[in-house]
Design a protein around this ligand. Structure first.
Ligand code: PEP
Ligand code: MN
Length: 357
């Protein structure tokens, strides 16, 4: 099924200028927090205000959003500050309530997009409504599921659609809260070129220091927009405190962005970058496989009372790999250094196994 997309055409927004910015707190907490954040953003020239009214939390007991109580606050932002308002909806009841309060833009969260039943229900309740809908990537890196979600909403007659890349959840969180996989939105762009794409550096990064580089990356890949969490008092935020920034900081970050013309980021460059991403993914998978073997070796050494570092074997590996690397056009020193690091981690993994009771 082909997607039938029309331009977002957000009233008062100049779509020829990148990025189109949607900014606002993770959640609408109090009327004062909403109005203060929005007023500060409006003063900086931001025109589209986001705030979560219903919050999908991983565990019960956290702040799950104010719900309908917060909708009149959003309406004030619209009426008094002239901003467009956006919020997340996950059920037909959310949609009905949001529409009653004149919310201008809806977005569908990553957890909801992963559930086709929920997406179909949402789509059915949007039939006959003309409102822009932004569809986040599902929590798992499944491009077809993402496109399927867009198709369901589109099937209900919503043509003003956009996608949001917010990264993918993974077991092992190191740098990112939600691992970005740029090859997915790039492939989405190839398949549906007219669909605008937004980057969500806040939910990808999970930390405010990562917002600037992630915004730049999204711009370099030709995304049209950014949705960024901005709160008048980020450290006191009731949800996602670590990733929110004040409107001032947001403005500083965005003022440093380099917006390159599309001519620079050509299709060829994007294809090559996609190949790099794939190589890195393969490298990581291979490394993980290697570490698994190391742990098996650790177990064997433990059972047979052998010492972990066997110097002869280590020297042999470094020499051999260095020579192999040179044959493949890399410097011997570089390859040796890489293997020294890999060896260090392998030894650590073995020590962990040996010390395990
Ligand atoms: C959000 O935007 O506040 C949110 C809950 O995002 P996600 O669905 O990406 O987790
Ligand atoms: Mn959030």
């Amino acid at each position: 099924m082909e997607l039938e997309i029309s331009p977002l055409n957000l009233p008062g927004i100049d779509h020829t200028q990148r990025p189109v910015v949607i900014a606002g707190p993770c959640s609408a907490e109090t009327e004062e927090q909403v109005m203060t954040s929005a007023t500060q953003l409006a003063a900086k020239g931001y025109r589209i205000f986001r705030a979560g009214v219903w919050k999908p939390r991983t565990k019960p007991g956290g702040f799950e959003g104010k719900g309908e109580e917060a909708l009149p606050w959003m309406k004030r932002v619209h009426d008094e500050l002239g901003m467009l308002t956006a919020t997340e909806v996950a059920t037909p009841a959310h949609i009905e309530a949001a529409l009653n309060y004149g919310i201008d833009i809806l977005w569908i969260g990553a957890r909801t997009v992963a559930n086709p039943f929920a997406m179909q229900e949402i789509a059915d309740s949007l039939r006959g409504v003309d409102i822009p809908v932004l569809v986040k990537n599902p929590v798992n890196p499944d491009l077809e599921l993402w496109i399927g979600g867009l198709q369901r909403i589109n099937g209900a007659g919503i043509k003003r659609l956009a996608a949001i890349h917010r990264g993918f959840s993974s077991y092992d969180k190191r740098l990112y809260r939600n691992q970005p996989m740029w090859s997915l939105p790039i492939e989405l762009r190839r398949r549906v070129p007219e669909l605008p794409i937004f980057g969500d550096p806040s939910h990808i990064g999970g930390r405010r220091e990562l917002i600037a580089p992630l915004c730049q990356q999204a711009m370099d890949l030709g995304f049209e927009g950014l949705i960024i969490e901005s709160h008048c008092n980020p450290d006191k935020a009731w949800s996602d405190a670590a990733q929110q920034v004040t409107p001032d900081v947001l403005d500083f970050i965005l003022s440093k962005l380099t917006i390159r013309s599309e001519m620079v980021s050509t299709d060829t460059l994007q294809t090559l970058r996609k190949q790099i991403d794939e190589c890195d993914n393969e490298l990581l998978e291979l490394l993980a496989r290697r570490m698994k073997v190391c742990r098996a070796i650790g177990q064997y050494k433990k059972e047979n009372n052998m010492q972990i570092v066997q110097t002869l074997r280590y020297t042999e590996i470094l020499d051999k790999r260095g020579a192999q690397g040179a044959l493949s056009g890399m410097s011997q020193e570089f390859v040796r250094a890489v293997f020294e690091h890999i060896h260090e981690e392998s030894v650590n993994q073995q020590i962990e196994i040996i010390n395990k009771k």
